[in-house]
Design a protein around this ligand. Structure first.
Ligand SMILES: O=P(O)(O)OC[C@H]1O[C@H](O)[C@H](O)[C@@H](O)[C@@H]1O
Length: 300
């Protein structure tokens, strides 16, 4: 990778932050700050790496990261917007993850780096004729990772919105993972279309694709190595939990046959029964904050 000037991002970059390009021309914001190292793809405003100093990575990323522009990235946090999954016709998970974004502000202090990006409204209108949105994303990177997707309805009609911060979290072995915080919560099983109630903590023995709803509390992923990754959310009453397991893995792009063992998606969402309708002029903020810590020994 090498540094280069990018005329389309006329923002001042603080020390430790630079724009780089891979050999195929894909652009990334590379952050090497005393508090955190991270990388964000300009296409999709897609964070592919985040590692706070002295901690393990907060995100799982496919080893076969697609190098070419225009290919979706498997891992990190794809931004699913303005629809989740295939709830509308068009690209799966909407247009945000496959569109070029612009940097609008980058700043840092001793403890964190903040990055703000925008998806130009002209690109949104071109992809979604008749819809008028303003879409920004904000990353705050330091000892943890916070991502906020800020959507404003700029039109004169109500507009439907479903979305997710599709966070791929690293796990040492999916067989031994426990997810806490969803006990007794209702969920839509996307594999069967049925509504279910979660009994006890979530464990994984097969393909899992669920939208938990009427839920805004923290979700904790407890790994066999006694590491905990917690997902805190704001503006989100639904959370998607996804692991493709073995058979679906074979159909996924940029996904090795045993990658399912080492990742779990826990996605702050407005999906399923939590899809929203924004009034003209209304702004909605969807936030996820991902933190890492050690489990107390009784929980695993
Ligand atoms: O392969 P992608 O388009 O990135 O989608 C990956 C997955 O995203 C979400 O978690 C959905 O609930 C799954 O049904 C989907 O398979």
């Amino acid at each position: 990778m090498h540094s280069q000037k990018f005329a389309q991002h006329p923002v001042q970059l603080p020390e430790g932050v630079r724009l780089i390009q891979n050999k195929h021309g894909r652009e990334f914001l590379q952050i090497d700050h005393p508090a955190v190292s991270a990388r964000i793809a300009m296409e999709g405003a897609h964070i592919t790496h985040c590692q706070p100093a002295g901690q393990g990575p907060l995100l799982w990323m496919s080893a076969s990261e697609p190098e070419l522009p225009g290919k979706t990235i498997r891992g990190g946090i794809p931004l699913c917007w303005p629809w989740f999954s295939d709830t509308r016709s068009g690209p799966a998970h909407g247009i945000a993850r496959i569109s070029p974004w612009q940097l609008t502000a980058v700043s840092s202090d001793a403890e964190r780096v903040s990055v703000r990006m925008r998806l130009a409204h002209s690109l949104i209108e071109q992809a979604l004729p008749g819809e008028k949105w303003k879409l920004d994303v904000e990353f705050v990177l330091g000892s943890d990772l916070m991502v906020t997707l800020i959507t404003r309805n700029m039109g004169e009609e109500r507009q439907a919105l479903s979305q997710a911060l599709h966070s791929y979290l690293p796990v040492s072995n999916i067989d031994q993972v426990v997810v806490q915080g969803l006990e007794s919560c209702a969920y839509l099983d996307q594999l069967t279309g049925h509504l279910q109630i979660q009994q006890g903590p979530v464990r994984f023995t097969a393909e899992t694709d669920r939208i938990y709803f009427n839920h805004s509390g923290d979700v904790r992923l407890i790994d066999a190595n006694k590491q905990v990754i917690s997902v805190h959310r704001k503006g989100s009453d639904s959370v998607v939990v996804w692991n493709p397991w073995i058979e679906k893995s074979l159909r996924l792009s940029h996904f090795a046959s045993d990658d399912y063992r080492h990742m779990l998606c826990i996605e702050a969402a407005n999906a399923g029964p939590d899809a929203r309708v924004l009034e003209p002029g209304e702004t909605h903020r969807l936030t996820t904050r991902i933190t890492r810590g050690a489990a107390d020994s009784s929980v695993v």
